[in-house]
Design a binder for this molecule. Structure first.
Ligand SMILES: [Ca+2]
Ligand SMILES: [Ca+2]
Length: 217
């Protein structure tokens, strides 16, 4: 059998190219490992917002509510591990939630808009997919979670959230209308003040009416 030296050379060349590509991809696109956070590594989580004052976001389980961008209240977070920006951390690992209160979040409904960039930064501009409510007057804080660990920050103390899904079961239906009716004729309840002005009136009824049957995707 004849051995073609050129053929072997080409095969070797292809092997080196493929092997190098695999090593390159593993090096540059491996998901950052934060599992040692709090042990021998230190994750710095810096939260900021362009909101100039208190903000109330009216949300729906289907994401049809107010956006952070629309409220001029973009939230930014920057992740730095041992002095190095955490790049390419997938957005599903970076979420918003109530702390310690329990805002109901649809599956994936509070993920950051993007994976972290080369500066370790991502943000929230898009609407949340949530039910229930969050009110700083009840001691609840909107909070950034990284890999399910809470990083409460007073920067977000001006944020409050309510939803036409008042009871936080992922659907806007007759049950929520009953809760709203009770609030409408009772003492002021922020959870039903969808058009946030301190009173429950036709504007709030209108938002509820246009939200019926919204549910988690
Ligand atoms: Ca509901
Ligand atoms: Ca109102």
């Amino acid at each position: 059998m004849l051995i073609d030296p050129n053929g072997i050379g080409v095969a070797m060349f292809k092997f080196i190219i493929i092997f190098s590509s695999v090593i390159f991809c593993l090096f540059f696109f491996t998901t950052p490992d934060l599992s040692f956070a709090g042990k021998d590594r230190t994750l710095e989580v810096t939260v900021s917002t362009n909101a100039q004052g208190p903000v109330s976001l009216f949300c729906l389980p289907n994401g049809g509510g107010m956006s952070f961008a629309g409220a001029n209240a973009t939230i930014y977070v920057t992740l730095v591990m041992d002095g190095t920006p955490v790049e390419n951390l997938p957005a599903p690992g970076i979420t918003l939630g109530g702390y310690p209160g329990d805002l109901f979040v649809c599956n994936g409904g509070s993920n950051a808009d993007y994976d972290t960039n080369h500066l370790g930064m991502t943000l929230w501009n898009e609407p949340l997919q949530v039910g229930g409510h969050l009110d700083p007057n009840d001691g609840d804080l909107l909070c950034v979670f990284v890999e399910d660990v809470a990083y409460p920050d007073p920067v977000l103390a001006g944020f409050r959230i309510n939803s036409a899904d008042i009871n936080g079961d992922g659907n806007v239906n007759l049950t929520d209308i009953q809760f709203f009716a009770g609030d409408f004729f009772g003492p002021y309840q922020y959870r039903s003040d969808f058009h946030w002005d301190g009173v429950l009136n036709l504007a709030d009824i209108g938002l509820l009416a246009s939200s019926v049957w919204a549910s988690c995707p």
